[in-house]
Design a protein around this ligand. Structure first.
Ligand code: NAD
Ligand code: SF4
Length: 442
């Protein structure tokens, strides 16, 4: 059984409410940080912890905090990215729904470290019921002296506001999120400048994922060095994985990144294996944007080593034979699943969510969707497979934001590892149509 840092108290009855959360040791990190630490010392602990951004990119959080510009007289902001929209990813929803106070606690500590007196939670529109949960938690924290003016008599002021998005995936991209928070259409900005220099209302801004900010609580309580002892290599601490697809026990799991992928899928502590004794075919381990891996490469790396559930091991081999930890949205496919159909579903999603600013993404996502649908309907040609490959190559690296790459990578990986299945669709058009009954209405 691995260490639980974030979900340890998740099953305590009424932990959603301040009194219970506090009785269970909540808000100790606020007391410790605000009363006995300097803001830079808090950042130093986060750096020592080796905490990597849990939204998907895995960028070192302490380093991001230390990049924050601090011009005299200009307000700075912490913005929590709660626009969790990556298909297969639902871990932040779990945290906010069941443990809202751990997010508020982490935000107060992070706001103190960054000098943010007004901090924001940007939450996806579809999580409408969680807005009330967060607002109640904020109100409880305020009435108990943990938010507002002169928190705990330390002279630090902080307010937290919840801002609801309107359901666009692209608003999870940090600069689109900033535009949307400012009341504009959520179009990504060109980086640099990074938000740390020019963010919301052109002020220095740190945008961090929900889980990243929650992890600040155990880091401050136990110390960065202790946190760094959990896990392995540059995969320190614990990671939440939202597991779904063809598994017996879908759900949100906290792992300490020292277990193997095989153990995660088959052990009763986690996914509990694949239903009906079916074989594992493939897995997308980090949310829909990361490359799909066939079972043989998922369980063992190309070097023949056991693939582990951590940043380094999952990406071992690069995109030729590896994938990415991403957001931890772990999607399992059994032997009955059609990779072409799965790739079509993703292509359709990315086409729909493209903001349309860059031609390669706007046009390319639409072309990929049409070609994949053609294959699915048994109307594809062999040359369509090469055309798909060519289109994804032309999108990757040629767009303003990572949505273009995210649309290209699943297509590239599907062709790389399952080309025979694409060819089967061309050679067996009638079978392909039968197998994909239900797609005809698209
Ligand atoms: P990124 O690598 O461009 O940036 C990571 C973070 O580091 C950003 O906050 C960026 O501002 C900061 N950064 C990088 N270099 C910097 C520098 N020199 N100075 C200051 N700051 C710097 O990646 P990203 O666009 O933030 O995220 C892409 C990832 O998001 C994808 O890998 C995908 O897995 C994930 N994703 C997650 C979801 C979700 O719902 N959780 C949805 C879509 C995508
Ligand atoms: Fe918009 Fe796509 Fe360009 Fe991102 S890559 S800015 S989503 S068009």
């Amino acid at each position: 059984m691995g260490r639980k840092l974030l979900l340890e108290k998740a099953h305590v009855e009424n932990i959603r409410y301040f009194d219970v959360y506090r009785r269970e040791g909540g808000y100790r990190s606020v007391e410790k940080a605000l009363k006995s630490m300097a803001p830079d010392a808090v950042t130093e602990e986060v750096k020592k912890a080796g905490l990597r951004g849990r939204g998907g990119a895995g960028f070192p959080a302490g380093m991001k905090w230390s990049f924050l510009a601090k011009p005299e007289g200009v307000p700075r902001h912490l913005v929590v990215n709660a626009d969790e929209s990556e298909p297969g990813t639902f871990k932040d929803r779990y945290l906010m729904e069941f443990l809202p106070h751990i997010l508020i606690e982490g935000m107060i500590v992070a706001s103190f470290a960054l000098g943010s007196n007004n901090s924001y939670i940007y939450i996806r529109g579809e999580y409408w019921w969680i807005v009330d949960i967060l607002e109640q938690a904020i109100e409880e924290a305020r009435s108990n002296g943990f938010l507002g003016k002169n928190i705990l008599g330390t002279g630090f002021d902080c307010e937290i506001y919840v801002h609801r998005g309107a359901g666009a995936y692209i608003c999870g991209e940090e600069t689109a999120l900033i535009e949307s928070l400012e009341g504009k259409r959520g179009n990504p900005r060109i980086k640099p400048p990074f938000p740390a220099i020019k963010g919301v209302w052109d002020r220095p801004t740190v945008v961090n994922n929900v889980e990243t900010i929650c992890a600040v609580v155990p880091i401050i309580n136990e110390g960065g060095d202790e946190y760094a002892k959990i896990g392995v290599g540059k995969s320190t601490g614990t990671k939440l994985i939202s597991a779904c697809g063809n598994i017996n026990k879908p759900g949100v799991y906290e792992i300490d990144m020292t277990i193997s992928v095989e153990e995660f899928i088959y052990s009763d502590e986690y996914c509990g294996g694949i239903p009906n004794g079916k074989r594992l075919k493939a897995c997308i381990p980090g949310g829909s944007s990361v490359p799909i891996l066939p079972a043989n490469l998922l369980l063992k790396t190309a070097k023949g080593e056991t693939r582990m559930m951590n940043y380094e091991s999952l990406s071992d081999g690069g995109f030729a034979t590896g994938t990415m930890m991403g957001s931890g949205g772990f999607i399992v496919l059994d032997e009955d699943q059609c990779v072409v159909k799965n790739t079509y579903t993703l292509a359709r999603f990315y086409r729909h969510e493209s903001c349309g600013q860059c031609s390669p993404c706007r046009e390319g996502t639409g072309w990929m969707e049409k070609l994949l649908l053609r294959l699915e309907k048994g109307q594809g040609k062999m040359s369509d497979i090469d055309l798909l490959w060519d289109i994804q190559r032309k999108i990757e690296g040629n767009t303003i934001c990572p949505l273009g790459d995210a649309a290209a990578w699943p297509v590239a990986a599907a062709i790389r590892h399952f080309r025979d299945e694409f060819e089967w669709h061309v050679l067996n058009p009638d079978e392909a149509v039968k197998r994909n009954y239900g797609l005809a209405h698209y």
